[in-house]
Design a protein around this ligand. Structure first.
Ligand SMILES: C[S@@+](CC[C@H](N)C(=O)[O-])C[C@H]1O[C@@H](n2cnc3c(N)ncnc32)[C@H](O)[C@@H]1O
Length: 398
């Protein structure tokens, strides 16, 4: 007898079966102390959206009272698609509620809330740290993720699939902390995997195109593809194109990459971008955030690459400043979940925004902590430190 793989196995979901889906849902119910009173109907997989839907029933009456939706790849609960614990409680108690609104609404009811987050530096894996930030507390994400490198000795990710799964989880968590209709801008480019021996071909992996699919599946709308063009000569060190330069045979042509992508996404909402401007509660901040004349009118932005003795892959501060000034207002909170040495933080402060910087490498965190003293002066004592000691402003000379 041939045993066929299930859809979940074929797609390599982390939640493979009905039992797994119920387990994830139980843990979620336990968090709200609803596990003793809420039971399950039969979970169903929806492989168009890569989710499990687990019907929730009143254990006593067996009446259906809602559902919990689980991301099949990551096993995270999709809170905005699941029935909220408050509504489950109301239904268990037989209180009246609006049945049409049985999934958790986005936090906005037409008002635009200013975030109360302070400047924050957090050490740790951003996938985890993001779970501790309040929903809707960030107004812009700008980041450049770690590179995928297929050689295991240089990377935490053994396979490319694993790497993409990690990014998916980060985008999903960032989606929750991003306020309605706000932007996620990512600096990313294809990576070159060098050949292991002369008989093997080198491989170029089109990371931005795979990442695009993740964004769309995680609830973001595509807005723009901006090309960051570096001056001629910037990519020659890769050695790409040397073979062709020597022989000039067709098919062997390999252009030297001198561009990276700056991809712009917006957290999905029915509201127009105009709403984010009109509904902003502080007209003065909106007015002060206007972009001066002489801005770049095309989607090609030109900057020299940046280098730093402490970090191999930083982006230029000019790029961070341009993104922050074009996709956020003064006073907003800008998050970089892969913060490196904190270029986004420095640019945010320069532009009158607040920052949330998450970085897992303690050495880079130590650099951010020192640099933050220069960015903020004595205000550095107000920086919120997560998983690291508060910044000591005592011995600073001002
Ligand atoms: C391309 S660098 C970003 C550099 C940054 N744009 C700058 O200008 O300094 C990516 C950073 O992500 C960090 N990183 C990798 N995985 C992480 C994770 N799971 N959580 C937080 N930081 C992570 C790496 O240590 C690295 O510093």
């Amino acid at each position: 007898m041939v045993i066929k793989n299930t859809v979940a196995e074929l797609r390599k979901y982390s939640v493979l079966d009905v039992r797994g889906a119920k387990q994830v849902a139980s843990v979620w119910l336990e968090r709200f102390q609803l596990d003793k009173v809420v039971g399950f109907g039969l979970p169903e997989i929806d492989d168009r959206y890569h989710v499990w839907r687990v019907p929730l029933v009143n254990k006593v009456s067996q009446e259906r009272i809602g559902e919990v939706v689980i991301d099949a790849y990551t096993s995270l609960i999709l809170e905005d698609k699941s029935t909220s614990p408050e509504i489950l409680e109301a239904r268990l108690l037989g209180r009246n509620d609006d049945r049409k609104g049985n999934t958790r609404k986005s936090h906005s009811n037409g008002t635009y809330l200013l975030s109360s987050l302070r400047n924050t530096i957090a050490q740790g894996d951003c996938e985890q740290v993001l779970q501790d930030l309040p929903a809707g507390s960030v107004n812009l994400v700008f980041t450049s993720p770690p590179y995928y490198n297929a050689r295991p000795e240089y990377t935490d990710y053994i396979t490319y699939k694993e790497y993409l799964l990690k990014l998916r989880k980060v985008f999903q968590n960032a989606h929750r902390v991003l306020a309605e209709g706000c932007f996620f801008v990512i600096n990313i480019s294809p990576v070159l995997i060098r050949r292991a021996s002369r008989s093997e071909a080198s491989q170029r992996i089109a990371v931005p195109f795979d990442v695009h699919r993740l964004f769309v599946e995680e609830g973001f709308d595509f807005i723009d593809d901006i090309i960051w063009e570096k001056p001629e000569g910037a990519g020659w060190a890769t050695g790409r194109g040397r073979r062709f330069a020597a022989d000039r045979n067709p098919l062997q042509y390999k252009p030297v990459p001198v561009t990276e992508y700056v991809l712009v996404y917006r957290k999905h909402t029915e509201k127009l971008i105009d709403w984010n401007i009109r509904a902003h509660p502080n007209k003065k901040l909106v007015e002060e955030s206007r972009i001066d004349d002489g801005y770049e009118r095309t989607n090609i932005w030109r900057f020299k690459p940046a280098h730093d003795p402490h970090h191999p892959a930083i982006f230029p501060i000019e790029l961070a400043e341009k993104v922050i000034s074009h996709y956020s207002f003064k006073g907003d909170v800008v998050l970089d979940p892969f913060a490196g040495i904190g270029t986004v933080g420095k640019a945010a402060v320069r532009l009158g925004r607040r920052f949330v910087l998450i970085e897992q490498n303690p050495y880079y965190i130590s650099i951010i902590r020192e640099e933050a003293k220069l960015w903020l002066g004595k205000d550095v004592k107000h920086v919120h430190a997560i998983n690291c000691a508060p910044i000591d402003a005592e011995n600073m000379l001002f």
